[in-house]
Design a binder for this molecule. Structure first.
Ligand code: SAH
Ligand code: SF4
Ligand code: F3S
Length: 440
């Protein structure tokens, strides 16, 4: 028997890429590949890439440069680029780095088996189509292997919002929602394989409008209520939400659906109305604040997180200050902040750029404030009774590690629970990046 071929995938970018990488590994599993964590022993290396900021895209080329010499050591090695850089740059990638054999966009990776056969035959393969067939359906035969207790499930892809800074509508295409039944089937399958928590994914997940069993469109809230019926599924999350698609029924689900976790990623990007408008976000600061109020009225303990861009073209110091004010007013449990990065082909790329030194300075000030809030929120967990979904053993003897309802990493001391158990705990201490707890 010949040894199985080995596949090494490196994943960049958002959770949708994490999900896609799993699916690509499954697609190539059918071609006899087993996964490896060691690039040096791989017969196929796939970089699943992100195009959201310039740095993310450039990282791919430096990684390709590092990987190229491996081809001299293993003549069977093939190198592929998948994901959003593949979609945005296509054949240009092979021109810039001839060591690349295969380029596959996020909507075509179900065709990987055929592409793999081509590159094995010594050819190159390029596919950045938005094909008619449903990639999720083509890939539906999944292996029955056991899974980690928390899983991602993509329910919606693409984006029609066209924020002025963003490449996603170009790399992922128009918004498409998967039908309810197919999502339920995939969720039941995940649960049968040991999954207890599912995070529903979409670039605009709360704009979900998939076909229900009766053919009519179902909202994300309806989908959540349908998932709520699955025995053995204990926790539901969703990300990323756009403020304008945060409907009353979804807010009510946060109040009424016990399996829906009290955590919401609701990016606002800026605290200045003029900048929000220039970003094409479609709402004002007041509208965002009112929305937060309504969400907190429905679910007072809910933790909010957000994304911010600083140094968006034309942003003044006063407008940046307004972003700090918004953060002070809302209080986020987590937040991700980025310096604006010019993306060719997007409307904002043509506008007057902010001085990079000023943008760096703003980023540091915002991050300092966010870190303070994050630590205060962590600290406020001490003494509380929470529940933890155990994901793995901790570093120290007897310790198990998992996530609370609020997505904090929690170390449970002297814990005899197994991976996949939901453990009632009392939080005893807030550490830098995690919480310590004892079993109740
Ligand atoms: N759909 C999500 C965002 C997906 S991209 C939403 O609407 O919020 C994730 C984050 O990357 C964005 O929220 C934004 O903060 C950041 N981002 C996107 N484009 C960027 C750019 N050109 N420069 C800097 N940050 C960017
Ligand atoms: Fe990008 Fe805006 Fe769409 Fe989010 S909503 S993916 S930021 S265009
Ligand atoms: Fe990046 Fe594409 Fe996700 S650009 S953030 S990998 S959708």
């Amino acid at each position: 028997m010949t040894a199985p071929k080995k596949l090494f995938i490196k994943t960049y970018g958002c959770q949708m890429n994490v999900y896609d990488s799993e699916r690509m590994a499954e697609a190539l599993g059918g071609q006899g590949y087993v996964s490896t964590e060691v690039a040096e022993e791989a017969d196929m290396i796939l970089l699943n890439t992100c195009h959201i900021r310039e740095k993310a895209a450039e990282k791919v080329y430096s990684e390709l440069g590092r990987l190229k010499p491996l081809k001299a050591l293993n003549p069977d090695l093939r190198i592929g680029v998948a994901g959003c850089v593949a979609q945005a740059e296509g054949a240009e990638i092979m021109r810039r780095q001839p060591a690349v054999d295969l380029v596959v966009g996020p909507q075509s990776y179900h065709r990987l088996p055929q592409m793999e056969a081509r590159v094995r035959a010594g050819q190159t393969a390029l596919d950045t189509d938005f094909p008619e067939e449903d990639k999720f359906e083509v890939l539906k035969t999944r292996p029955k292997a056991k899974r980690a207790p928390a899983a991602f499930l993509t329910v919606q892809e693409g984006c029609d919002k066209f924020c002025a800074f963003c490449v996603v509508p170009y790399t992922r295409g128009a918004e498409v929602s998967r039908p309810v039944e197919r999502i339920l089937t995939e969720a039941r399958d995940l649960v049968a394989r040991g999954v207890r928590e599912i995070t529903l994914l979409g670039q605009n997940v709360n704009a979900y409008h998939g076909a229900g069993p009766d053919g009519s469109d179902h909202s994300l809230a309806q989908l959540i209520w349908a998932l709520n019926e699955i025995d053995g599924l204990e926790r539901i999350r969703f990300t990323t939400s756009h403020p304008n698609d945060m409907t009353d029924e979804l807010i009510e689900a946060h109040r009424d659906c016990a399996k829906l976790m009290p955590y919401l990623h609701l990016p606002v990007q800026s605290g200045a109305d003029r900048i929000l408008k220039r970003m094409n976000r479609g709402h004002t600061v007041q509208e965002y604040l009112r929305l937060v109020e309504r969400i907190r009225a429905a679910r007072p303990d809910l933790i909010l997180s957000s994304d911010f861009i600083v140094g968006f073209p034309e942003e003044t110091e006063a407008e940046f200050q307004a972003t700090l004010d918004l953060v002070e007013e809302v209080t986020f449990g987590y937040a991700y902040s980025f310096k604006y990065s010019t993306r060719p082909g997007t409307p904002a790329a043509e506008r007057a750029q902010v001085d990079p030194v000023a943008a760096d300075d703003r980023l540091q000030r915002l991050q300092a404030l966010i870190t303070r809030q994050q630590q205060a929120v962590q600290l406020s967990m001490v003494g509380r009774d929470l529940s933890v979904l155990v994901e793995k053993p901790g570093r120290e003897a007897g310790q198990m590690v998992g996530k609370s309802e609020y997505l904090h990493a929690v170390h449970i001391e002297d814990c005899d629970a197994a991976v996949g158990d939901l453990v009632p705990v009392r939080i005893t201490e807030a550490k830098r990046n995690s919480l310590a707890a004892t079993k109740r």
